[in-house]
Ligand binder design. Structure first.
Ligand code: ATP
Length: 368
């Protein structure tokens, strides 16, 4: 399959008054395949929007180059910057709301008018775009008279009216309520299937990204942490950051002494798990709250500190050494508060202990 979007060694530095130079995007290499839905995911300040803006052509590159559908559109060494309107992109950006003074037809027709398309073709193509976004009949309405979902569909119709091969969606659903978000996700996927465009989707919302994406990039502090399918990112996170970012995580600080694993700060009782090669004497083991086994007889002996009934499961807090560990079980596994119990960690992942300097740097980036 051909690559529709290629970033080669793309770096973007900003010079700020208070912080000096910030490397917002540090040597990104990304290949997005034709027809793929690819999400950028990461905390505020990780470089998602800057990367998208460079692909769109709103931002130049400090280093590297970008290719769209086999055509070089940005290159720092060749001093090449194709303007956004000539990149053949469809865009739905959060900031690019629909124009309130134009009716639905004119909002959608706008990109065609800029390209000086004749009126007969405009009528035909706008009608087609409105049909695919379920807006037929609302041509003369003004955005202010329509619902949030309908307004978002106008933005989608405007993006597809030029038949782009690549669609950039930046938090396109963030203004919608959760139910509408979900149905709009299906609509975007249906449009993609129909027109076979390649999507880059930027979001803060990990479950949304997981539901819509073929592959995702998780980044942190201007660096790519991992690119993979949603399933692999969840099941095989390469580091603690990715583990924590996707789904719920349970981390336990442990020490390794005489070939045994103990919760940090308490060597009374060992946790019975195999120790991989190449571990330091202090490590973090990671698992998911629904992957810890809770029973009456097998594992690390402790007791229930807290029990919370949730609609589809029960959540328990138990002490492992001096650390409180969250466990989620189906309703049929029942324990009372203070009851003795045993916990078993099945195939946990192992990570180095927290790097405090990194945490401080992350916080700094989010407040600039
Ligand atoms: P958010 O989810 O909050 O939009 P993001 O992941 O999209 O965050 P970016 O907006 O790409 O992150 O920002 C990455 C880093 O670059 C941040 O540290 C940000 O403060 C910095 N940055 C972005 N734009 C500029 C600019 N025009 N001038 C200076 N610094 C900038």
């Amino acid at each position: 399959m051909a690559d529709h979007i290629v970033l080669r060694n793309v770096t973007k530095k900003f010079t700020t008054k208070t912080m000096g130079d910030i490397v917002a995007v540090d040597n990104f290499n990304i290949n997005v395949h034709e027809g793929e839905c690819f999400s950028f995911l990461g905390p505020s300040g990780c470089g998602k929007s800057t990367t998208l803006r460079m692909i769109a052509g709103f931002e130049d590159l400090t280093e590297g180059e970008i290719e769209l559908c086999g055509r070089l559109v940005s290159s720092s060494t060749k001093k090449l910057y194709v303007p956004p309107e000539d990149r053949g992109l469809g865009m739905v950006f959060q900031a690019f709301a629909v124009w309130p003074h134009m009716n639905v037809f004119e909002n959608v027709a706008f990109p065609l008018r800029i390209k000086k398309v004749n009126n007969t073709d405009i009528n035909k193509r706008v009608a087609e775009a409105l049909k695919h976004t379920s807006l037929t009949g609302l041509e003369k309405s003004f955005p202010g008279d329509l619902s949030g979902g309908q307004q978002q569909r106008i933005a989608l119709a405007r993006a597809i009216v030029t038949s782009p091969k690549v669609m950039l969606l930046d938090e396109p659903l963030s203004n919608l309520d959760p139910k509408l978000r979900e149905s709009m996700r299906f609509e975007i996927k249906a449009l993609q299937k129909k027109f076979n465009f390649t999507i880059i989707f930027v979001t803060h919302d990990q479950s949304e990204a997981m539901a819509i994406s073929d592959r995702m990039m998780v980044c942190d502090m201007g660096k790519i942490m991992q690119i993979d399918t949603p399933e692999n990112l969840y099941n095989k996170p390469v580091n603690r950051f990715v583990h924590n970012f996707l789904g719920q995580s349970t981390f336990i600080n442990v020490v390794i002494k005489d070939g045994k694993v103990y919760p940090k700060g308490n060597t009374d009782q060992a946790i019975n798990i195999p120790i991989p090669g190449n571990v330091d004497s202090e490590m973090v083991i990671a698992t998911r709250p629904n992957e810890i086994e809770l029973s009456k007889s097998d594992g690390y002996k402790t007791h229930i500190e807290k029990r919370t009934f949730l609609t589809d499961r029960i959540e328990y807090l138990v002490n492992v050494g001096e650390q409180l560990v969250k466990i989620q079980t189906p309703h049929r596994i029942k324990f009372d508060r203070n009851e003795e119990c045993y916990v078993k960690f099945v195939s946990p992942m192992w990570y180095p202990v927290d790097n405090e300097a990194e945490a401080a740097e992350r916080a700094k980036r989010q407040i600039i």
